[in-house]
Design a binder for this molecule. Structure first.
Ligand code: S3P
Length: 429
């Protein structure tokens, strides 16, 4: 059902506790299911994507109890999984689909993975090709490019793999397969992508060596159940960081924000644009860094975003594009062709939807160019079923001169189920 967002000149004030990180939440379930013993998770993100991961492992016979944001996983390790008698449905989640392929390849069960309409169009050869080189038995449409994909678990060999794309999902699928392979696997990245898998492998007791952009992992290592504290998702915080910066008379405090430096590109960009923000990173309760960020209404200027900054903010580009519409001068986003294979083609989606609001924005082959500042007006926006396009539209509506309509606000629950409640709790109008 559509949602009409008609906010008359609001200001934003208050404190928000940012919900759990999606990438870390997925991995907490996957690692807990592969480990021997009990894993307890605190701050788990109860979003559609992460619930799809839980559902897949329950179908594999892993005992998982969810009590609000606390999850308990009991497993006797990967060899104890049962063959699922149903198809494993990964929903809208690229992380679930790609990482599961890596995990299942070295298990001793046969299974079939399928996702929603968006997942069925997203490229999987980037994962199935290296896994096949390790000896994985995978069959999928177009030679393993698209789901449904059938996996027959088997014994794997190690691999020396030079990554052709900067992708944490590809890197993680290989590393998780490598854990159950014979010999030492070496993965070389072209640009450093998010390293939650490496950090969590260590946290569960594995020996993994990371030097510059090279990762080495010896196969045959056992993981041991542990306690995981999931930090808040900086990719979710990004929407309120942007809102705090562009909505007049605003000041927001965001607590529990994950500050893993492979994810903090949005902070670098806000600082380069001249935003008024301060960070207190002394919260130290997780194996990942976390802290509190304060942001106030800011005068922004355009900036250039490209190169090795891109993987550090790939999911934040829709909201950065909105920020850029309110910044003085030109913002250029380049080397971001990966946007074309996200939940939707995010170059086209961002450009089409921001244009409807009156932005001066042009698509390029590998990103977009935005000229600002431009006053925005209301329009009927399409989310393309993409949570981050939906949230970009909702934040835009805070500064538009008339109402914004979102065709499918429900898609936001893929990563941020309480987004509108949190927005309403800080909005004064
Ligand atoms: C993710 C990695 C990124 C990101 C996605 C989550 C992960 O994708 O866009 O939302 O959890 O590993 P790629 O690694 O494919 O760039």
């Amino acid at each position: 059902m559509e949602k009409i967002l008609d906010y008359a000149q609001p200001s934003l004030q208050g404190v928000l506790r940012i919900p759990g990180d999606k990438s870390v939440s997925h991995r907490s379930i996957m690692f807990g299911a592969m480990a021997e013993g009990t894993t307890t998770v605190e701050g788990f993100l109860l979003s559609d994507d992460c619930l799809a991961t839980i559902d897949c492992f329950q179908k594999l016979g892993v005992e998982i109890e969810v009590d609000g944001e606390n999850v308990r996983i009991k497993s006797n390790g990967i060899k104890a999984w049962k063959e699922p008698n149903e198809i494993l449905y990964t929903g809208n989640s690229g992380t679930t689909t790609r990482l599961m392929l890596g995990i299942l390849a070295g298990s001793n069960v046969s299974s079939v993975l399928i996702g929603d309409e968006s997942i069925q169009k997203r490229p999987m050869k980037r994962v199935t090709d290296p896994l096949k080189q390790m000896g994985a038995k995978l069959i999928g449409r177009e030679n393993g490019q698209f789901t449904p994909i059938a996996v027959e678990g088997t014994n794997l060999e190690s691999i020396h793999y030079q990554m052709p794309v900067a992708s944490a999902q590809v890197k993680s699928a290989i590393l998780l397969a490598a854990l159950h392979a014979q010999g030492e696997t070496i993965v070389q990245e072209m640009e450093t992508s998010r390293d939650h898998t490496e950090k969590m492998l260590q946290h569960f007791g594995a020996d993994i060596k990371v030097r510059n952009k090279t990762i080495r992992l010896q196969g045959g290592q056992k993981l041991t159940g542990t306690h995981v504290v999931v930090p808040g998702d900086i990719s979710s915080a990004a929407f309120f960081l942007a809102a705090g910066a562009i909505v007049p008379r605003s000041k927001l405090t965001l607590t529990n924000v994950g500050l893993n430096e492979t994810r903090t590109g949005i902070i670098d960009v806000l600082q380069a644009m001249g935003a008024n923000l301060s960070i207190n990173d002394s919260e130290n309760t997780s194996h990942e860094e976390m802290g509190t960020i304060e942001i106030e209404t800011s005068s922004l200027k355009g900036t250039e975003i490209g190169g090795d900054l891109i993987p550090r903010l790939i999911d934040e580009i829709p909201i950065i594009a909105l920020l850029a519409t309110q910044a003085e001068g030109k913002t250029v986003i380049k080397n971001a062709e990966e946007l074309k294979v996200k939940e939707t083609n995010r170059i086209d989606a961002v450009v089409n939807e921001l244009k409807k609001l009156g932005a001066n924005i042009t698509a390029t082959d590998d990103g977009m160019i935005i000229e600002g500042p431009t006053p925005l007006h209301g329009a009927e926006l399409v989310t393309y079923g993409d949570h981050r396009i939906g949230m970009m539209g909702a934040i835009a509506s805070l500064i538009t001169s008339s109402a914004v309509t979102l065709d499918d606000p429900a898609c936001i629950s893929v990563s941020y189920p309480n987004f509108f409640e949190q927005l309403d709790s800080v909005r004064n109008s």
